[in-house]
Design a protein around this ligand. Structure first.
Ligand SMILES: Cc1cc2nc3c(=O)[nH]c(=O)nc-3n(C[C@H](O)[C@H](O)[C@H](O)COP(=O)(O)OP(=O)(O)OC[C@H]3O[C@@H](n4cnc5c(N)ncnc54)[C@H](O)[C@@H]3O)c2cc1C
Length: 304
């Protein structure tokens, strides 16, 4: 049969676009399939300040430059909402909402979606006080009062990180104990910029054009109270965008894709890169690194 592409990359965020640069520059017939605009989470990011050689750049501008670079070596960019990846061993099939494509190798770079608080105004105020990335946006709230929602490791680690910028930090948790490791709990409990509000959940975001505060509900008494904050960082978890590979058995319990050092899954010829894989630091620079490896190893797979 006629296989349409050497490699199909699912997702055109930093990981997918880096994979496209390496694969297409190596001469592979490459396609990026993307359900939204190219750039992934970059286009939701006001400012990138921690990507080597770029001291400060808007996420949208960096996304545009990556896209120009990725397509300059011939990688195609096609709209598609991937629903399934089927392994036919000597070739792979990528099934979209209305069309299927065949290829020799697949790179999954579909990222994650933040678990939201589920409150009115939340999506509208993303970038205007609602942020899902303290490492990225924390410095924007220098000297302000902010809140983190969540009691797991990442919530507490990001809380400690934020205290280097902010005036005061509230941690809102539903229970009366943290889920996080003791070592990070101790750091939080000994930090005098942090006030922990136990047994409360966010009830309403205050502010029309930008975040001005948060109304909290006591989980026992249902009593409401308000705190004045300029930013709210929900850390109640991420959801990997990997449901379309659920039948392949390549994910962990949370849905993150398991890969080896070559970014290859246990299914030969299926690679994964970026935020959708099991890893410890989800940032642009690590997504690009994963994508580069996946693109290069996909070339080796096809030529072996
Ligand atoms: C607000 C914010 C600020 C941030 N700031 C920084 C920062 O300053 N510095 C930094 O290094 N990192 C920052 N990050 C993190 C960084 O953006 C991510 O780590 C990085 O974008 C991950 O790249 P990725 O390519 O793996 O995934 P993503 O960027 O999430 O891209 C995945 C792409 O896959 C697409 N996709 C998903 N499912 C499908 C499907 N079924 N079919 C087709 N396409 C699909 C998505 O539409 C998306 O375009 C920030 C994140 C956020 C949310």
């Amino acid at each position: 049969m006629d296989i349409q592409y050497d490699v199909i990359i699912i997702g055109a965020g930093p990981a997918g676009m880096s994979a496209a640069i390496y694969a297409s520059r190596a001469g592979l017939k490459t396609m990026m399939l993307e359900v939204s605009a190219p750039g992934g989470k970059l286009i939701k990011t006001f400012s990138i300040e921690n990507y080597p050689s770029i001291k400060q750049e808007s996420g949208a501008d960096l996304a545009y430059q990556m896209f120009e670079h990725a397509t300059s070596f011939g990688a195609e960019y096609v709209y598609g909402d991937v629903k399934e990846v089927i392994d036919h061993q000597d070739y792979k099939e990528v099934v979209c909402q209305d069309k299927s494509y065949t290829c020799k190798s697949v790179i999954i770079a579909s990222g994650t979606t933040e678990k939201s608080l589920g409150l009115a105004n939340e999506q509208r105020l993303v970038g205007k006080g609602i942020s899902y990335c303290a490492v990225c946006d924390g410095a924007l709230y220098r000297g302000k009062d902010v809140a983190i929602v969540g009691g797991g490791n990442s919530a507490l680690e990001e809380a400690v990180f934020l205290t280097q910028f902010v005036n005061k930090l509230y941690i809102i948790i539903r229970r009366d104990v943290f889920r996080a490791d003791k070592i990070i709990q101790d750091k939080v409990l000994n930090n005098n910029k942090i006030e922990i509000i136990y047994k409360h959940v966010p009830h309403r975001i205050i502010g029309e054009d930008y975040v001005e505060g948060l109304e909290l509900e006591n989980v026992d008494t249902k009593e409401l109270k308000e705190i004045k904050v300029s930013a709210i960082f929900p850390y109640i978890g991420l959801v990997p965008n990997t449901s379309f590979v659920s039948k392949l058995g390549i994910t962990n319990e949370q849905g993150y894709i398991l890969v080896d050092n070559n970014m290859e899954t246990k299914v030969k010829g299926i690679f994964a890169a970026g935020d959708c894989i099991e890893k410890t630091l989800r940032q642009v620079v690590t997504a690009c690194s994963d994508g580069a490896i996946a693109g290069q190893k996909s070339y080796h797979y096809i030529n072996s």
